[in-house]
Ligand binder design. Structure first.
Ligand code: NAD
Length: 279
């Protein structure tokens, strides 16, 4: 399954393409699936050593690392850190430094979702979403910054959401966390601007991934409509292109932000949302 996804993202870069990130070390959180996996493939295509992180069957993910490493001739490793635990985030960065050297690129992408009206929103769900979608971004950023500052180069990319810019009903924790990520991105950019480090948020609209697929039934229940109507009248209603963005389109934006010509792009929240937030 995961291997199928990596094959699907193969168009992102040929193994013989210019390797702008050769020698760089990248952590991509939540890269066992969806958008994160496409980002990991894109950065590997550019020659970076990659730490894959996320939930999943260990053997499957080890196999994914093997396929990715062989395809792009880069070093890869799997770190199963549970980002809901602050200590685990810091340990993941420590293990990366020991295995590959200091972290040059941090892509905080892992995210979870829960859909319910506020009065029915379980407090534990709120805490879990804030921990994974927001606090883990802070803990990872905090852990990588000293080395980046010392070496005068770094790329921090936070995968936020169109929901970091606008709200939607029934997504209180997610919208709050993603707005928080956009705010943290700005502060990180301001504190690092003179150190050769950039920090930006990428704000996707709806992208067809397991996270969205799982939401369809929950949204149908919350809105009292059919799954087909969720896609048509809830998800794509706000997205003027009337199609889901692709994981490759999100990964391409991250790849650009890691490139030399993006050195002056910092503190930005870049919408890749089919025009959603242009409304
Ligand atoms: P996905 O469910 O396919 O992938 C989420 C990843 O996060 C997986 O690798 C999962 O294992 C990992 N993860 C979840 N909990 C974790 C934990 N406690 N510790 C470590 N890893 C954990 O989802 P996706 O759609 O690819 O989403 C990726 C990011 O993009 C998320 O931050 C999401 O909020 C954001 N996003 C997605 C969409 C969309 O439409 N798919 C839109 C906007 C933003």
């Amino acid at each position: 399954m995961i291997e199928g996804n990596i094959m699907h993202t193969a168009g992102l870069g040929r193994p013989d393409a210019a390797r702008a990130l050769e020698g760089r070390v990248a952590i991509v959180t939540g890269s066992t699936s969806g958008i994160g996996l496409a980002i990991a493939a894109a950065l590997a295509a550019d020659g970076a050593s990659i730490v894959i992180n996320g939930l999943g069957d260990h053997a499957d993910v080890e196999n994914l690392c093997h396929v990715l490493g062989a395809r792009y001739d880069v070093s890869t490793r799997y770190d199963a850190a549970d980002l809901a635990r602050p200590g685990a985030v810091v340990d993941m960065v420590d293990r990366t430094v020991r295995a590959f050297g200091p972290v040059d690129i941090l892509v905080s992408n892992a995210g979870i979702q829960h859909v319910a009206p506020i009065e029915e929103f379980a407090p534990e769900r709120w805490d879990a979403i804030l921990a994974v979608n927001l606090s883990a971004v802070f803990h990872a950023t905090r852990a990588v910054l000293p080395e980046m500052k010392q070496r005068g180069w770094g790329r921090i990319i936070n995968v936020a959401s169109a929901h970091g810019l606008v709200g939607s009903a029934f997504k209180s924790a997610y919208v709050a966390a993603k707005h928080g990520v956009v705010g943290l991105t700005k502060v990180t950019a301001l504190e690092t601007a003179e150190f050769g480090i950039t920090c930006n948020a990428v704000c996707p609209g709806y992208v067809w991934t397991p996270l969205v697929e799982r939401q369809v039934a929950a949204q149908a229940a919350a809105h009292g409509i059919s799954p087909e109507d969720v896609v048509r009248t809830v998800m794509l209603a706000e997205q003027p292109t009337k199609r889901f963005a692709t994981v490759e389109e999100i990964a391409g934006t991250v790849r650009f932000l890691c490139s030399a010509v993006a050195a002056s792009v910092t503190g930005a929240a870049i919408a890749v949302d089919g025009g959603w937030t242009a409304h």
